[in-house]
Design a protein around this ligand. Structure first.
Ligand code: ADP
Ligand code: MG
Length: 544
């Protein structure tokens, strides 16, 4: 007897096939954007907004995928983006390949549970192998290692050609925000890096600034353009002409008194400004408006006032320069006061002009070493993509500076793992052996795709890679062991020692992407039933 369901039901092999097809379709979209020779995608949404990107997570996010299994992949790349920052394309491609091969195994009558167990074991072994044999400590590689990591991440992007310029800028920037953490380890809070986009000039004109920058100018021409030893006030209220609350009624009998009320309204704001200035403030940031009549008080006092600062920015500034963001001047007794303790300090606040925009720079803040990157680019799409690429590289550099460990890119790790897992599988006498072999084979999709995207002979290169890695793992000769660093040289269609060539990636990025890809494949593989409930029929209205 079967249960009747209002809706459709798909189960067993059918649903697995459907899922694999959907996942494959998604992976195929991003496949051609992998690697230094990968191409970009242009995505246009329903209102005509254009996104041009090479970043897996960005592409998939813009797709609005409907299929539930394919959505798992979209989530997967988002997770990778959040946790690691880079490697969002690779993770999707590996997950889809794992799933495809798992589905083939199921067709050969191997139970999904066995495959899942095999995949889990393979993942664990791979991670251990990376940690024990494939990772390299950055100390042994010298200073260039970090630069090379940033370059590898940038290579595959729009700004790949300028990767030298950007890599050194990003490394300097991330190194400058380093602080000693509680456990005596250096931490690199990349939140202290502000990235500003400024249309105009070429990407190469992008600059790194030591300090915090706001893309706005001072409010009046009469204010100084630079103030040394700045004392900073952060106000989260407006400095407009004072107005009574809505609904308050004042009855005036004599017309002369009306003028008095007007004057008093102006005076209240003036008093507020004087209180702030008297406490010693010479730089004032306000999140809301500052009336034009009020500006003259700042000009007379020789102070810089900036209005309409973003709330997020003002909080950052306040935190870093030791100021307090005030939402009112009112104290507990109902009086308006401004305490000197609410002020923060910085070595210098100045206004400078870059391109078509004015910037306010805050340098040498009390509590932090805030850094700013000002990106330049010909148009909005380019700038957005540069920002994403720079973000990837910043994340990668942070990971390497904190964990001090890298692996070799260009398919080296994947091939090494594949060869290792293949021989590991043969040591097992159970059915999981097959699953592990397929896992091993799946990893090769990365070097294969890299070669295809670079218009090189993938079969030939893969065979060479396998030969070197096999030789390295089956020999105790020290020279041959070095072969474990052999990866693809995509420009020349050859293989080379990629450790020497400086194609490096953070170890943690590879480990996490292996973990995430396996988990995603497993979670889709576990599905053997899809029940889609039909929407409830709307109750027919009484006909009128
Ligand atoms: P993802 O979104 O996964 O980071 P990318 O398009 O950035 O995808 O490509 C990353 C892949 O490209 C990695 O496998 C990396 O090893 C490889 N790669 C990057 N630069 C080079 C290079 N110069 N030579 C060979 N492979 C490279
Ligand atoms: Mg990348």
């Amino acid at each position: 007897m079967s249960v009747s369901i209002l809706g459709s039901r798909e189960s067993g092999q059918n649903i697995r096939d459907t899922n694999v097809r959907a996942v494959q379709a998604v992976a195929n979209i991003v496949k051609s954007s992998l690697g230094p020779n990968g191409l970009d995608k242009m995505l246009v949404d329903e209102i005509g907004d254009v996104v041009i990107s090479n970043d897996g997570a960005t592409i998939l996010r813009s797709l609005e995928v409907q299929h539930p299994a394919a959505k798992v992949l979209v989530e997967l790349s988002r997770l990778q983006d959040q946790e690691v920052g880079d490697g969002t394309t690779s993770v999707v491609i590996v997950a889809a390949e794992l799933l495809k091969r798992a589905n083939d195994l199921v067709k050969y009558k191997i139970h999904p549970t066995t495959i899942i167990a095999g995949f889990r074991l393979a993942m664990k072994e791979s991670i251990q192998y990376i940690k024990d044999y494939l990772s390299v400590k950055t100390e042994s590689l010298g200073k260039d290692a970090i630069l090379n990591v940033a370059k590898t991440s940038l290579n595959s992007k729009l700004i790949g050609a300028e990767s030298d310029h950007f890599a050194s800028m990003i490394v300097n920037c991330v190194e400058a925000v380093g602080v000693m953490g509680a456990s005596k380890e250096m931490k690199y809070p990349i939140k202290s890096i502000k990235v500003l986009k400024c249309i105009g000039q070429s990407a190469k004109e992008s600059v790194h600034l030591n300090g915090f920058a706001l893309m706005t100018g001072r409010t009046a021409q009469g204010m100084p353009t630079s103030i040394k030893n700045a004392r900073i006030a952060c106000l989260d209220f407006n400095l407009n002409k004072f107005k009574l609350q809505m609904g308050a009624q004042v009855l005036v009998n004599d017309a002369k008194n009306l003028e008095k009320i007007r004057l008093r309204e102006l005076e209240i704001t003036k008093e507020r400004i004087e209180k702030v200035l008297k406490a010693g403030a010479n730089v004032i940031f306000a999140t809301k408006a500052i009336d034009d009549f009020a500006l003259k008080y700042f000009v007379e006092a020789g102070a810089i006032a900036v209005r309409r600062v973003d709330k997020k920015d003002i909080r950052k500034i306040a935190k870093q320069c030791g100021a307090e963001v005030l939402i009112t001047l009112m104290n507990n007794e109902g009086e308006e006061v401004f305490n000197e303790s609410s002020l923060g300090s910085a070595e210098e606040v100045s206004e400078e002009r870059l391109g078509d925009n004015d910037f306010i720079f805050i340098k040498g803040m009390k509590h932090s070493s805030s850094q700013t990157l000002i990106l330049r680019g010909a148009n909005e799409f380019m700038l957005d993509e540069i920002e994403r690429s720079v973000h990837d590289a910043i994340c990668v550099v942070k990971r390497v500076l904190e964990s001090k460990s890298v692996v070799v890119g260009g398919g080296a790790v994947e091939t090494a793992l594949s060869i290792y897992l293949d021989s590991f599988a043969r040591t097992l006498g159970s059915k999981e052996q097959l699953a592990i072999s397929e896992f091993a084979e799946s990893l090769l999709v990365i070097p294969k795709t890299l070669a295809i995207n670079a218009a090189q002979d993938a079969c030939d290169l893969l065979a060479k890679l396998k030969m070197y890695h096999s030789a390295s793992q089956n020999s105790s000769d020290e020279k041959k062991q070095e072969y474990k660093y052999v990866g693809l040289d995509l420009a020349n269609g050859k293989v080379r020692n990629n450790l020497k060539a400086g194609v490096l990636e953070p170890t943690i990025s590879k480990i996490k992407s292996l973990k995430f890809a396996t988990e995603a494949a497993i979670s889709i593989l576990r599905i053997d039933d899809l029940i889609e409930l039909a929407p409830k029929p709307e109750k027919e209205r009484d006909g009128h």
